[in-house]
Design a protein around this ligand. Sequence first.
Ligand SMILES: [Zn+2]
Length: 442
Amino acid sequence: MLVTYYSKNRLQQATAFGASLLMLLMFSSTSAQPAMIESPLSSQEQEIVDWVDDQEAEMVALLERLVNINTGSLNKAGVNEVIRLLNSELLQLGFSSRTLPGDVIDMPSCPGSEYTIDVADHLLATREGSGKRLLMIGHVDTVFPLNSPFQTFSREGDTAYGPGVSDMKGGLVVMLYALKALNHFNQLDGKSISILLNSDEEVGSLSSRKYVEQQAALHDYGLVYESSGNNRLTRARKGLGQARFVVNGRAAHAGGAHQQGRSAIKELAYKIVEIENMTDYESGVTVNVGVINGGEARNTIAPCAEALVDLRYPMPQQGLDAVSRWEEIFNSVYSYPVDSGELTTNSWTSLHRPPKIPTEESDALLNKTIGIGRLLGQELTVADSGGGTDGSLTQAAGLPTLDSLGSDGNGAHSKREQGRISSLVERAQLSAVLIARLAEER
Ligand SMILES: [Zn+2]
């Protein structure tokens, strides 16, 4: 039998962040140990797998139901509805649950464009037991607000379309059916499993982060149900940061009193150039000013202008360095030769996702999952990603974590979002066996 587990060699071939020596060093220093070959499926496991085979219609029906409830991160009513629905499913599986309160997060903004993130409550469901403690994480929110034209589920053959169909309502269905399968054969009894469903992942888990990190400290393995493309599992991820900053200047008539004005837009433009120049493909650090807004009228010197900035970074120190550089830029005035104190900047910054740096333990978990995939006839591949998940938080908190355990799909965060329906069953089978085996590890 040919078994190629994830090891340093494959790692060097697969490093996907270009010719980044830094990334290579980072990975090499935590080389993967080839995992033990997984023992064949037991007759009980085979029964579980067969049971899931018969659930596709129910899984698709649940996916349709979840997708048709809008859960844009700011749509509290929709988010609450999906949390309630999943909570009642989990209660039926013998979990006990409690609400983790959301938060209101205020951001600096120009007058008239106030931006507040009012985060809905999150849910923690637990089953107490002995053995290894598993933490399963999924988010119920999507990037599609209530007024998005992309709202409903549709299906063509093996492809499902709709907001969150793969990111990550498909993953929620996978998670739930893996648990249902185990429960059907009384295999949840005695296992220590927690489910954390958060409602703000798509806005950076700004409220749920503390709960994710608290739970990471109380568990032995983290399993995250973000979608994957093409049977892929994700090994390493870049860190993410963000900034929102507001430049305040002084309004004046653009004709009659031009010299008395201090243009916030002009200052913003200078800052944008400084910020964009932080991108360095060699080191893997990229910065993107993704949204700008400002000014009042063509013939008014702009009193206010604001911008939203995205940061990706491979190593923790690079994130800290980037935030220091932002602070310098925010505290400087570039646009007028003499700083009269009338141009000021308010800023909010967050390194909301640390880099996901593989460890021996997380590689062992990855290899185990690949091994179980083989038993199920699933050829799982491994890739790195420039995008972060809650798995980056748990891994950085010391919990060996595997993410991309959700369903296959692509086009996430766009109206082209789609998912492969047959992957729902495949991934639920994979997770059911993985959970059973992890929970029984000594
Ligand atoms: Zn997601």
